[in-house]
Design a protein around this ligand. Sequence first.
Ligand code: TYD
Length: 205
Amino acid sequence: MTGLFITLEGGDGTGKSTQAALLGEWFTEQGREVVFTREPGGTDLGLELREIVLHSRGDITARAEALLYAADRAHNVATIVRPSLARGAVVIQDRYLDSSAAYQGAGRVLDPVEVRNVSMWATENLVPDLTVLLDLDPKVGRERLDADNKRFDRLESEALDFHVRVRDAYLAMAASEPDRFIVVDASLDRLEIRDAIIARLGTRS
Ligand code: TYD
C-alpha cells in the first residue's frame, strides 16, 4: 500500500483542523493508518520554532520568517512525513509549503517562487498528493476567530489587505495546479466539505 500525503490550506478560521479530523476518521474507517501533523509545530523542534515565529515580541524580518517556517518544515518532513509515507500511512497535515508561498510570498511580498524554492530544498522536493484549499472571505474568517476569542498570533494580527493577498495567492496557486488542488467553499457545512473532499479522493487513480 502506498502512502498518501494530504495537506490542508487556507486562511485563518477556515476550519482546517475540523476537516483534518473528519478526514482522519474516514480513512481510519477504511482501515488506513492515519498520521496527523501540522506546520508550524508538528515536532518538538517545531513547537519551539512555532513559539518564536508566532509569538516572538521582537521584530522578525520577512526572510528570517520564511527561513524559520522552512526549518520547521524540513524537520517535520524528515522525521514525521517521509517515514509515515514509507510505511504506507495517510499523512494529513494542517498547512504546508503553500502557506509559505501565500503568507511569506504574497502576504509579506517576497518572491513567491523563491519562497517555494526554499521549501522545495528544505523538503527534498516533497509535493503533496492532494491539497485541500478551504476558501473563505478573510472578513468571515476573522469574525470566526473573534467569536472563538483567541489570542491573535503575529500573522493573524496583520491587516485585512494582507489576508486578502493571501487568499488571492492561494486561489492563483490552485488554478495553476488543478491536479493537486481541490478548492472548497469553507462557508459550507463541515460534513458537506468533507464529502466534497472524499468525492475528489474517489476520482484519484
Ligand atoms: P496555524 O497553526 O494554522 O494557526 P492556528 O493554529 O493559530 O489557527 O498557523 C499559524 C500561522 O502561521 C498562520 O497565521 C499562518 C502562518 N504560516 C505562515 O505564515 N507560513 C507558513 O509557512 C506556515 C506553515 C504558517
